[in-house]
Design a protein around this ligand. Structure first.
Ligand code: GUN
Length: 291
């Protein structure tokens, strides 16, 4: 069997066209959706991600501001910036690019973002709402993964879903979304014994670890939907995922490529959350949007 490739770039383009219509409607009503992106330090990968997000905002009719702080900035400076943006009525979404330099505790930084502007969905209140089944903002990568799974037409109810990786940003929230969709979910991590025993049972396999080709073809169930969140460099300097793509392509039913899979979907879902934040602000202000 050769898997159907889920083209994240194409799907992201379609979604972004939808968000642009909604952003245009806000702009026409005098609300320019505004996203602030904070980058601390010089991490080259983070710089590329931030540049892509800013460019995507421009194309979608979303106003963006980039705030760059030095790598050794004290916590107080970052918190002061977040608080200023929390109070800025022209900013509807705030994103702190991760990872942060080691001296800045990620979790406590995120807690300073207003939950109503937390377009990454990573504030404890937003993660709690997701857990309780009434999400306010769904984290971008997990939301993108669910959109990609929709294109397979699979009914997730009763399916075996295996997630490898237990981060707050991908593994834990995507496990909750799969559970919500009715799948039987197994969440694997670095202490899991016999990982292949779990992955081989998976109708849906999500891999979000960040280890080059750690999932071999023999670890994939025939016909499975394989979502590869990994973004690793090969020894030749190319981008590749956590899944051995060539081998898994021969066994899976569906598979996401790296690059061109989950990455573009994360950016698209961020724009969706930014538009949603601005729409909520407009509603709060009693501003009616044209249908
Ligand atoms: N770093 C890698 N992915 C992400 C993301 O989705 N959001 C943020 N804030 N940082 C990231």
């Amino acid at each position: 069997m050769t898997a159907t490739i889920i083209d994240g770039k194409l799907l992201a383009q379609k979604l972004r066209a939808d968000w642009k219509l909604r952003a245009d409607r806000l702009n026409a009503a005098g609300i320019a959706p505004g996203l602030a992106v904070i980058l601390v330090g010089e991490d080259p990968a983070s710089k590329v991600y931030v540049r892509n997000k800013i460019k995507a905002c421009r194309e979608a009719g979303i106003r963006s501001e980039e705030h760059v702080l030095a790598a050794d900035s004290p916590l107080a400076e970052l918190v002061a910036l977040i608080e200023r943006l929390n109070a800025d009525a022209d900013i509807h979404g705030i994103l702190v690019q991760l990872p942060l330099p080691a001296h800045l505790a990620q979790a406590s930084v995120i807690e300073h973002i207003s939950p109503d502007k937390d377009v990454d969905g990573l504030h404890a209140r937003n993660l709690g709402s997701l857990l309780a089944g009434h999400p306010h903002f769904v984290p971008c990568t997990p939301a993108g993964i669910m959109e990609m799974l929709k294109t397979t037409g699979l009914d997730l109810r009763g399916k075996e879903a295996v997630v490898v990786g237990r981060s707050n940003i991908v593994g834990k929230p995507v496990a909750l979304l799969l559970l919500q969709a009715g799948a039987t979910v197994t969440l694997c991590h670095s202490h899991t014994r016999d990982l292949a025993h779990h992955t081989r049972r998976a109708d849906v396999l999500v891999c979000a670890v960040g280890k080059l080709r750690m999932i071999g073809g023999e670890m994939v169930k025939s016909g499975a939907a394989v979502i590869d969140v990994g973004m690793n460099r090969t020894s030749e300097g190319k981008l590749a995922g956590d899944v051995d793509y060539g081998a898994a392509l021969q066994r899976a039913g569906w598979i996401t490529p790296v690059p061109g899979g989950v990455g573009p979907m994360t950016v698209a879902m961020l724009l969706g959350n930014a538009v949603l934040a601005a729409e909520r602000y407009a509603a709060e202000q009693g501003i009616r949007l044209d249908p």
